[in-house]
Design a protein around this ligand. Structure first.
Ligand code: CA
Length: 222
């Protein structure tokens, strides 16, 4: 499952990109200003960011520099109306992998998204893709989990949920954060889907691995 964050304050454009990406099998989230882009992208499990530069709050370039400064290395495609050479150079210098100008055709954006994802998965293959907490090892590449001597396979959503916890050990994650990161779209806030899936993980990975933080969400014990 590939998750793409779209930072775009123009609702019409954001909806257009979302619709296209979803119909091509991607999971999408939209951030409509600079602050929420940074919040959602930092420490996240997104695979790619499509970044508008003219965002409310802060310039997209500043957000990009902040993300790169924090070590976030997912591919970033800038999508902007700014078409000066200087702007493009500044975009690449801030850490963008690609730069596309508006108006744009969705087919071209999709081709660029796929190309960037291809590059980054090649890169990841040579990077360390294993996260271990206690006796549990998550292999992000094969998507298998080793619990002690046993290797188990988790269904896709459960794996992404486990990955989200393992990337933030000891950190309290709210139901909303988990919904957003794992399911990637708005769910009925009254839904108990997060609780149900945490229950699945507890059954498979150990009952005391994920603790409930009353009124807030969950935390992975370290
Ligand atoms: Ca804009």
């Amino acid at each position: 499952m590939t998750r793409i964050l779209i930072a775009e304050d123009e609702a019409r454009i954001a909806a257009f990109i979302e619709k296209g990406l979803r119909s091509n099998g991607f999971i999408t989230s939209v951030a409509t200003d600079a602050q929420s882009t940074a919040n959602m992208a930092l420490g996240s499990t997104f695979d790619l960011l499509i970044l508008d530069l003219g965002l409310p709050g802060k310039d997209g370039l500043e957000v990009l520099e902040e993300l790169r400064g924090q070590g976030e290395n997912f591919p970033v495609i800038i999508l902007t109306a700014r078409d000066d050479i200087q702007d493009k150079v500044a975009g690449f210098e801030a850490g963008a992998d690609d730069y596309m100008t508006k108006p744009f055709r969705f087919e071209e954006l999709l081709a660029r998204v796929k190309a960037r994802l291809r590059n980054s998965s090649n890169q990841q293959a040579t990077e360390n893709t294993v996260i271990q907490i206690g006796s549990i090892v998550l292999d992000l590449h094969t998507r298998k989990v080793r619990v002690g001597e046993e290797t188990i396979e988790l269904p896709a959503r459960e794996f992404v949920l486990a990955e989200t916890f393992f990337r933030h050990p000891g950190q309290v994650l709210s139901r909303e954060q988990l919904l957003d990161r794992v399911w990637g779209y708005d769910y009925d806030p009254g839904s108990n889907i997060v609780d149900v899936y945490v229950g699945y993980l507890r059954k498979k990975l150990g009952g005391d691995l994920i603790e409930t933080v009353r009124g807030i969400g969950y935390r992975l014990r370290t």
